[in-house]
Design a protein around this ligand. Structure first.
Ligand code: GLC
Length: 481
């Protein structure tokens, strides 16, 4: 069971994957008393944004999944940013990669422009992943990009300037618990509950966790919260709270509350802190998290960090439909790129982002600031026979259409164009005043009967990924029976 739990946490490639809410009955729930105020003002921009870019970048982009000429695989995941753990690389050897980390092609302006052109409204970058390498000039530990690599520049400073220029919010991912080079946790116990006893593999890693928290994590978070201006970071994105107890988490939370009290935090700090956002990883929850803010983070291929032989790219169609699916359930999509050690976002990612951007320029109004569908069954159904590995009924998604809503408007995001050119919205009782495609805003014929509404569509789908019909409605109680 415990192994199953770990696999669910990390090796996410099916619907039931990563969840910070352990489902097994032998895993105690942490104290959830500290719930953030989801009505606080700082959430509004985040809720409107719906789409952001995750950037996993660090020294791990140098080995790019290979060690001693061999492709590295792990017990529970093959992510390239886990290479030090998976291959049990000694610190002194891993640290040589930093000497080869010289991303001279890194162009913060270009990266932010890529995100903006894709329709993304915010960026979260790994400022320190589990290998402990600070991607910023840190006075706290020499294991940082300015002191340990020939690059000698602070990418966060450059991204800050570019984000401010383009009006993109910037958030910082910080691995507060796991740190394999500064003596932090190594895949230890989860939130005070022993899930898996990770063992350090190099004597040089030995250090007390409290010392690491007090003298590395807390002061580095202080640096991150003070060195980049008033509005940056807008988000702090914690991860893998192994060995985090209440006291340790509290120390980090205290710095945040002292320096940036309005900041958005995800739910991975540990110690019972609920945070502001749920973070399903690599999957889209069947019904979202009604009443909570949530964000699905997802890779475009398999690995978060750059991995040179990872060519398992999701299609643009899948990515756009995922974005529609997530928005229709009231969530955000945090889509990852893993730049190379030269500082370049891989070409397949660029191509997909450009296509998504093209789609968003026409159809973005159905995504930004939208609320969840007033219907729901269009997303799929729970099977009455098939079960997930945890015994819960399996969710069978349907990929015909999705729906989002705004005051006075309903958006139908149509994936499967009806052959008979009629879109039937059964049991719709709101009054429609106008219907049109976002591609051309030309009036579409609608017919309303007691049974629902029929929208007459042109013969050809105007968009190969998802065509959006806007219905202007006066009755906001547009609900299925
Ligand atoms: C997991 C992995 C990590 C990745 C993260 C993204 O926690 O440990 O490598 O950064 O998920 O959500």
């Amino acid at each position: 069971m415990l192994l199953g739990f770990c696999l669910i946490l990390y090796c996410a490639d099916s619907q039931s994957k990563f969840s910070l809410e352990p489902s097994g009955s032998d895993v105690q729930k942490p104290d959830m008393a500290v719930k953030s105020d989801t009505s606080k003002h700082s959430m509004q921009w985040w809720r409107d944004a719906r789409f952001g870019m995750f950037i996993h970048w660090g020294v791990f982009s140098v080995p790019a999944g290979y060690y001693n000429g061999k492709s590295v695989h792990g017990d529970f995941c093959d992510y390239s940013e886990w290479i030090m753990y998976n291959a049990k690389i000694p610190m002194a050897i891993y640290q040589v990669f930093a000497k080869q980390f010289n991303p001279v092609k890194f162009d913060a302006d270009a990266w932010v422009k890529i995100a903006k052109d894709a329709g993304m409204k915010y960026i979260i970058i790994t400022t320190k992943h589990h290998d402990g390498f600070a991607m910023f000039c840190s006075k706290v530990s020499k294991w940082n990009i300015c002191d340990a690599s020939p690059f000698g520049r602070d990418p966060l400073k450059e991204l800050t300037a570019a984000c401010n220029k383009y009006g993109i919010k910037l958030g910082f991912y910080y691995s507060q618990a796991q740190d394999w080079n500064n003596g932090g946790s190594v895949w230890g116990s989860w939130d005070g509950v022993t899930a898996w006893a990770g063992k350090k593999w190099d004597k040089a890693q030995e250090r007390s966790m409290d010392d690491y928290i007090d003298r590395t994590a807390v002061p580095q978070v202080r640096e991150l919260l003070t060195n980049y201006g008033d509005n940056i970071p807008a988000i702090i994105w914690w991860d893998t709270p192994f060995d985090m107890n209440r006291e340790r988490a509290e120390k980090l939370n205290r710095v945040v509350q002292e320096l940036k009290p309005g900041i958005i935090m995800n739910n991975r700090l540990g110690g019972g802190f609920k945070g502001d956002t749920e973070t399903p990883e690599q999957y889209i929850p069947p019904k979202g998290y009604p009443g909570s803010d949530w964000e699905t983070c997802m890779t475009m291929n398999d690995s978060w960090g750059y991995k040179r032989d990872d060519n398992n790219w999701k299609s643009t169609e899948t990515l756009i439909r995922n974005l529609c699916d997530i928005a229709s359930k009231g969530g955000n999509y945090l889509l990852n790129v893993g730049p190379t050690s030269e500082g370049l976002i891989p070409q397949p990612s660029l191509e997909r982002l450009a296509e998504i951007g093209k789609w968003m320029r026409v159809n973005g109004e159905a995504i930004y600031g939208s609320g969840p569908t007033p219907f729901g069954n269009e997303a799929g159904r729970f099977s009455s026979t098939e079960k997930e590995s945890n015994g819960q009924p399996k969710f069978i998604p349907a990929w015909d259409w999705r729906c989002t809503a705004k005051p006075g408007k309903i958006y139908l995001l149509i994936f499967q164009w009806p052959k008979n050119q009629k879109f039937e919205l059964a049991s719709f009782h709101g009054k429609i005043t106008k219907a049109y495609l976002l591609t051309n805003h030309k009036d579409l014929k609608t017919e309303q009967t007691a049974a629902g509404v029929t929208v007459s569509l042109p013969a050809q789908a105007p968009d190969k990924f998802a065509s959006v019909v806007c219905l202007e409605v006066v009755d906001k109680a547009a609900k299925e029976k």
